[in-house]
Design a protein around this ligand. Sequence first.
Ligand code: SF4
Length: 350
Amino acid sequence: VTGCWSTGEPAAAARIAGVDLVVPNAEKHLLAEKIRTAFGEGGEGDAAPDLPYLPVSVGSTRALVKVEDGCNMRCAFCIIPATRGRQQSRPLEAVVAEVRALAEAGFAEIVLTGVQISAWRDPAGRRLVDLVRAVLAECAVPRLRLTSIAPWDLDERLLALWDDRRLCRHLHLSLQSGATATLRRMRRPYTAASYGRLLERVRAAIPGVGITTDVIAGFPGESEGDFAASLAFVAAAHFAKVHAFPFSPREGTEAAGLPGQVSPEIKKERMARLLAAAAEGELAFHRSLLGSRATVLWERPRGGLGHGLTDNYLRVFSEAATGMAGRLSDAELVALAPGGVQGTPILSRI
Ligand code: SF4
């Protein structure tokens, strides 16, 4: 196993039944070598390429390309700086080469991932905007999706790149709380108001953009008033998706030792309200897209139902799309459906 938890708790990870090897995040790039050392050569064809980051494919439709790792921030609840170390960026040329190869291999969508891709930079002073521009200019990728952008680190020059329709109208801007008092205790360097202004700028620059986010309920010291403010923010923001979590103390983080820990009962009750507000906002986002057309990247069907994502992070379901995994097609968005909308593929446009 590898990842943040096992890096922070290697002994506990090693005790889990079935775990033979624990590889810390800092040594993940040596994964293939470590497996060979621990278990011997597995025969011809088992060698992984010697890449600093291994590309990950999701089904046959989408491939993830990691552009950076680590973090120099110190959010009070987060273990990542301790487990992944200081922020590091991959060279621009390596990212471009990998995206080009994956696009040539037939992936319809490439996702640039990292802890916070807005932190990407290189010794030549280039920033994420330069990386994305280079990928779009040099790779015949049908769709390019960006992942987590720090709300305090959105380079406004990036917003001009959405003239290129291959760039998905989707940004993940992690909110964590809609109450400024809680954000301060979390050591997040923005306020609820400045985040709200950021949403306005992004929505003005990228019409139809889907914004996804993360929100924690029951952070230490969160009063009922703080939580109500956070809830109201989430309800009004109409996020495309809210990843909601009850606060869970991670050993070694500042938040684990903060006074004012919220009881499990209150966290549970706040989570239920947060999930309800998130669902209402998501529904409003889905409803706003009904009657329009969108391009869907269809995935492997589930339970006899075809489904896929639009560029702006709307899940579309269709019985007529069961044989279309890995393909892009336009679809009419005709009705609300649980978790998204029902769509009708426009077959002539495939
Ligand atoms: S929450 Fe994000 S920005 Fe904050 S320390 Fe963790 S990885 Fe860094």
